[in-house]
Write a protein that binds this ligand. Structure first.
Ligand SMILES: Cc1ncc(COP(=O)(O)O)c(C=O)c1O
Length: 366
């Protein structure tokens, strides 16, 4: 038998509460834009410590609607890290111009150093991706953005619960995007996403953009799609949110153990800065012999994954200028990383014996 993350594992513990919540929604007759959504938005805003949370249909929609709400036009540039495969789709759908940049070798995240070479007079925003749950250090990026008068969007799809100091990621930029895809740290049983912001005007505009551009029902101020977090998904998220802190503690204990047992040169970053709380969505190692390590893990009964096998500029979808442009078509750190990274089996509820077998196999073959 091969051990792999079956999303069911992340829901089974809450089965009775989830069934009760779904029945309540069925009986209410309100399936969209009802009190479960309002309740979740208020509770998640309270958890993060932001003024507004707006539920939307997915993390991808959260990114697309955020760029639209910030008023970014199709001829303007939005900087996206070249290794953030899922992020670029939300940018492309907004019709803004995704402009790739490379990432730092030790963190696989953007920094002022990797952003600066791709800045142009058309740059209007940077999407900072807290990849794998590891917070990107924000102060220098925020100072740069302020100086250039550009917006910062935090992609927190993989990083709910990660902190810098005592602030959660998603509270540093102008706007933050979350995904509740079934395997995420805060997840639901289908698609779901949210936008978080302290800016009241932006929040109002996102609320309109998720619903045909309407300020009141059947009165639209601007053309838009609809993208709604369904009542059943919001009800499930409310249950999961109550337990998020405990889930995160388990992820952090497991992450700490993996870090202690594995050689630090293979970790991202080698050493965790003291003021950082990792969200541990994924536990990613680097190996020159990645494919062999993957095979050895599989032979021992464990499925590992690659996030992501190719950087964005190698994807056929993003070859054409007009979708994504490149200062150069070469982002060496992202390219090398895609050949070396491996996401180890890692999720709450993974049995201790399995964790030990995984770590033993990795130490032997990395
Ligand atoms: C970093 C990142 N950004 C954006 C997304 C998109 O989220 P969704 O799948 O909810 O559209 C994901 C999810 O895979 C992600 O991991």
């Amino acid at each position: 038998m091969i051990f792999t993350l079956n999303p069911k594992t992340l829901f089974l513990n809450y089965r009775p509460e989830i069934i009760e919540a779904i029945e309540k929604v069925i009986d209410s007759g309100v399936y969209l834009m009802g009190e479960e959504l309002a309740g979740f938005e208020k509770e998640f805003a309270g958890f993060l410590g932001v003024k507004s949370v707006i539920g939307v249909g997915s993390g991808t929609d959260a990114i697309t609607l955020s760029l639209k709400a910030l008023g970014i036009q199709s001829h303007e540039d939005v900087i996206v890290p070249a290794n953030a495969y899922p992020t670029v789709f939300g940018v492309a759908a907004s019709r803004a111009h995704a402009r790739l940049c490379d990432v730092e070798e030790d963190t696989l995240s953007v920094s002022v150093r990797t952003i600066e070479p791709v800045l142009t007079t058309k740059t209007r925003a940077i999407v900072v991706v807290h990849l794998y749950g590891m917070p990107v250090v924000m102060d220098e990026i925020i100072s740069l953005a302020k100086r250039l008068n550009i917006c910062v969007i935090e992609d927190c799809a993989q990083a709910v619960g990660a902190k810098i100091g005592n602030r959660y990621v998603g509270t540093f930029g102008d706007i933050a995007c979350f995904s509740f895809y079934p395997t995420k740290n805060l997840s639901t049983m289908g698609d779901g996403g949210a936008v978080a912001t302290n800016n009241v005007q932006i929040a109002d505009r996102i609320r309109r953009l998720r619903m045909y551009g309407e300020d009141v029902r059947y009165h639209s101020l601007e053309p838009s799609t609809h993208s709604r977090l369904e009542e059943i998904q919001a009800a499930i998220l409310r249950i999961k949110l109550l337990n998020l802190k405990d889930d995160l503690k388990e992820r952090q204990a497991m992450g700490g153990k993996y870090r202690m047992v594995l050689n630090s040169v293979n970790l991202i970053p080698d050493i965790l800065p003291k003021n950082i709380t990792h969200g541990y969505h994924l536990f990613v190692v680097k190996s020159q012999n990645r494919d062999r390590l993957k095979e050895k893990l599989e032979a021992a009964g464990f499925m590992s994954l690659i996030h992501y096998p190719q950087p964005i500029h190698f994807q056929p979808a993003f070859q054409r200028i007009g979708n994504v442009t490149y200062t150069t078509r070469h982002f060496p750190v992202s390219e090398n990383a895609s050949r070396q990274i491996l996401s180890l089996p890692f999720y709450p509820g993974l049995p201790i014996e399995s964790q030990e077998k995984i770590l033993e196999t990795v130490n032997l073959w990395i």
